[in-house]
Ligand binder design. Structure first.
Ligand SMILES: NC(=O)c1ccc[n+]([C@@H]2O[C@H](COP(=O)([O-])OP(=O)(O)OC[C@H]3O[C@@H](n4cnc5c(N)ncnc54)[C@H](OP(=O)(O)O)[C@@H]3O)[C@@H](O)[C@H]2O)c1
Length: 332
């Protein structure tokens, strides 16, 4: 397994991480529990060392599932990246973000318990809490590092100004943010800031949540409990256009002898060795497709051809429903 180091101060991790969100209800429909656990095991056995979760994924379910899957494994053989702070009500209603220092420590205590571990490797607020200075939230994580419960501070979906303020309190290991051929908003200001400060990037949504995986089609409606049913990019009128971009990618992938998903992951990985793509695989079959993406080498000509097939800004529809766009540090 190839490795990459997250920024100047962060850990060295597998060059592809596993995102566990889809393994709990509330993301991509009802998951298969046994298959999800088998997928985590297959990822670890293949050398994946970075596993990403959130305490709000399935409202604690995701962490408990990972706790079960990771039981008995050497704690030093994997790194847990955990997002916190997104509030939920019964029925999964969104209730904003809580970044208050006391809340941070409370969230952490519950996460450690659900995961069954004594520390979390990278701990990050899922979104900026507009009511709490980022310095206070990061300061609370720093306290938890001092007490040995956390190893590194991460951020998620924030802009360059917040990154700078947070980094001044404690070195940030990585920013987790959506980055794919369809979502390139990080490029103008966020990536340069990360590189200036020596912060890594873990990229999520590298397959556009399945849209540019090569496995989506316009007739495939998102089922119950599948958030893609609310995603503008998957909505009728937009999805047809977005799938024409996938057709163009498929032609390039076929010529390269890889799949569309592998090409899309390889494109993200090729944007810099400070970037670690996360694969949201929830089955062994999807994982087995994602892993060889690390072996797809894209030449300058390949990159230019891909760029021509899917130019910046060519995706139709926002990357989140309108109500959530304002909580992001950058746009589409
Ligand atoms: N920081 C944040 O705000 C944030 C937000 C969202 C996600 N994340 C993290 O990033 C991870 C990945 O994000 P994501 O799941 O939204 O995006 P993604 O990796 O772009 O999309 C995952 C979806 O793509 C489909 N897929 C098709 N072929 C695949 C393949 N070969 N490998 C993997 N997936 C394939 C899967 O669908 P089927 O299983 O239905 O086939 C899955 O539902 C999440 O698990 C989570 O840990 C972070």
């Amino acid at each position: 397994m190839q490795t990459r180091t997250l920024g100047r101060t962060g850990p060295t991790v597998s060059a592809l991480g596993l995102g566990a969100m889809g393994m709990s209800a509330g993301a991509y429909g009802e998951p298969d529990r046994d298959e999800a656990i088998a997928t985590v095991h297959a990822a670890l056995d293949a050398g994946v060392t970075l596993i990403d979760t959130g305490d709000f994924y399935g409202m604690g379910h995701n962490e408990m599932l990972l706790g079960e899957a990771l039981r008995g494994r050497d704690r030093d053989s994997y790194l847990l990246s955990v997002k916190f702070g997104q509030l939920r009500g019964p029925g999964r209603a969104h209730g904003g973000q809580d970044g208050r220092p006391a809340a941070v420590k409370n969230f952490l205590a519950y996460s450690l318990n659900r995961l069954g571990v004594d520390h979390i490797d990278i701990y990050r607020p899922a979104r900026l809490d507009p009511a709490v200075p980022i310095e206070d939230t990061v300061g609370a994580i720093k306290d938890m590092i001092d007490e040995g419960y956390v190893r590194y501070v991460g951020l998620s979906e924030v802009g360059a100004d917040t990154i700078r303020r947070a980094h001044a309190v404690h070195p940030i290991a990585d920013l987790q943010i959506e980055y794919s051929l369809l979502s390139r908003a990080v490029e103008p200001s966020v990536l340069p800031a990360l590189r200036e400060l020596g912060i890594g990037l873990t990229a999520y949504g590298v397959l556009g949540r399945g849209l540019i995986s090569g496995h989506w089609n316009a007739d495939r409606a998102a089922g119950p409990g599948d958030m893609r049913g609310m995603s503008p990019r998957f909505s009728a009128g937009n999805v047809e256009h977005n799938l024409t971009l996938v057709d163009a990618l498929r032609r390039i992938a076929e010529a390269k002898g890889c799949t569309v998903a592998q090409l899309a992951i390889a494109w993200v990985a090729a944007q810099g060795d400070d970037i670690v793509p996360l694969a949201g695989a929830r089955t062994r079959v999807r994982l087995a497709e994602a892993l060889p993406a690390l072996d797809v080498t894209l030449t300058a000509d390949d990159l230019a051809e891909i760029e021509k097939a899917v130019p910046v800004g060519s995706a139709r529809g926002d990357r989140y429903p309108a109500a959530f766009m304002s909580s992001l540090g950058v746009g589409n």
